[in-house]
Write a protein that binds this ligand. Structure first.
Ligand SMILES: [Zn+2]
Length: 442
């Protein structure tokens, strides 16, 4: 029986970054705290059986929360309170009837074992302005799929009312003219449940589950003994810096550089296994195909980093040196190395547009609940290759953003449905409607 416990780990930055690459380790504080010259401390949740291996890295480990303590902190969500993937699909079908004829539901694709992945289409506006909103790519992030679903239930209810109604998100009200503009000036595609098999597994068996439920690859490394070798992190499977061992420096991959590369080639990596090939998963394949239908605005909803993120995630941004870009193999094995000042090129105007959209979302979310989300480039947390948002940007989607809703204090991935979720839901609604409102402007 493995128990999850809370710890403080103290050591050098390299040791802490090596710890964060362990399976089952989840950092609690987003940034390690500095104590002195290369002496850092971080709070994390880990499996108790992994503590000896973490100590073997040279870290001093203090258990701050035993399993019993964690229980006292109070329960996280009861999974039964959140709708099942099937209920989400049924509610989308109901919504399509209510919004007929301009709303329809189609099947985006099926996941590996046959679960249907529905897509709501709201096609009232010109096809030149296509928006894609997704959620649920990570199985354990329970709040975003439901919050995205209810956002569009409210949008369509307001639009089909006579006269057109408003949508109130806490202190931020989207008035009838804003609702009308969003529906009539855009084509909106909504995929609230991108990883139904993973979601059901996280709800029913292992609430930490993040990947899909793809079968293990034919060859499993000998150190893989657990059933963690099932599944792929869909959000590391896209074709952007996917070949991590070519792309990054050996130090960055080991976690000895300035930042950890958050992706793994190892099928039994519990969280960030990138898959047997680029776009190997039905979910990432389907999103790739959809993005290529002319999507201009893409918002991928996650939890719980409390931020609106924009590209790049693969490396730090810079706007001066064109040759430093993901396509230049001359930079291979250098990225993420602290002795080489590599930065991923991003056009300054494109970056300003991304930031503008992110700030519009942040402001709306602040007016909704008074909670100030961060706006930052995705790489500032860690280097994440193979993400949907970076990939979208690579293939020419001008505005791809990530909404990381909720926070550590709001029960992390599992906000309780009646306690923490309503606030987060309000923020997600305000963020999405502000995003669409901005996209709908002439
Ligand atoms: Zn996520």
């Amino acid at each position: 029986m493995i128990d999850i416990v809370g710890i403080y780990a103290e050591g050098t930055r390299a040791q802490i970054e090596a710890m964060l690459r362990f399976p089952r380790v989840i950092a609690i504080s987003r940034a390690a705290r500095r104590f002195g010259r290369d002496r850092w401390r971080i709070g994390a949740k880990v499996a108790d059986v992994d503590i000896p291996a973490i100590e073997a890295l040279g870290l001093t480990v203090t258990v701050s929360m035993t399993k019993a303590d964690l229980k006292k902190v109070g329960p996280t969500a009861d999974p039964r309170d959140y709708p099942t993937s099937l209920q989400i699909q049924n509610r989308l079908d109901t919504l399509a009837v209510k919004g007929s004829p301009f709303c329809t539901v189609t099947e985006l694709t099926k996941s590996q074992h046959g679960a249907s992945i529905p897509c709501l289409k709201i096609e009232k506006g010109p096809t030149s302005k296509k928006c894609l909103i997704t959620a649920g790519i990570h199985a354990r992030e329970w709040a975003p799929p439901t919050a995205v679903l209810t956002c569009f239930e409210r949008l369509i209810a307001a639009y089909t009312a006579s006269p057109i109604g408003s949508v109130t998100c806490g202190g931020r009200v989207f008035k009838p003219d804003a609702i009308k503009s969003i529906v009539e000036n855009l084509n909106i595609y909504v995929v609230p449940m991108l990883n139904p098999e993973g979601y059901e597994y996280a709800r029913g068996t292992d609430k930490f589950w993040r990947k899909n439920r793809a079968d293990p690859p034919p060859v499993i490394p000998p150190e893989c003994v657990s059933q963690d070798n099932i599944g792929v992190d869909i959000n590391r499977n896209f074709d952007i810096a996917w070949e991590i061992t070519n792309y990054y420096s050996p130090d960055a991959l080991k976690g000895d550089g300035e930042r950890t590369v958050s992706a793994s080639s190892n099928p039994c990596e519990f969280q960030v296994y990138k898959g047997p090939g680029k776009l190997s998963e039905p979910e990432s394949k389907a999103i790739d195909a959809f993005l290529r239908t002319g999507i201009k605005y893409f918002l991928d909803c996650h939890s719980f980093a409390h931020a609106v993120l924009y590209p790049w995630g693969i490396e730090q941004n810079q706007g001066d040196e064109l040759t430093q870009n993901y396509g230049n193999t001359g930079n291979d094995h250098q990225r993420g190395d602290k002795s080489i000042k590599y930065g991923e090129f991003i056009d300054k105007t494109a970056e300003a547009n991304l930031k503008h959209f992110a700030k519009v979302m942040k402001t709306a979310m602040f007016w909704a609940t008074g909670d100030a989300y961060a706006v930052q480039a995705a790489w500032e947390t860690y280097f994440a290759p193979g993400t949907a948002a970076d990939y979208a940007f690579k293939i020419g989607v001008p505005i791809p953003l990530i909404l990381e809703c909720g926070s550590e204090h709001e029960k992390e991935f599992w906000p309780r449905y009646l306690k923490e979720f309503p606030k987060i839901e309000s923020e997600v609604h305000a963020g999405i409607l502000a995003f669409l409102g901005e996209a709908a402007k002439p």
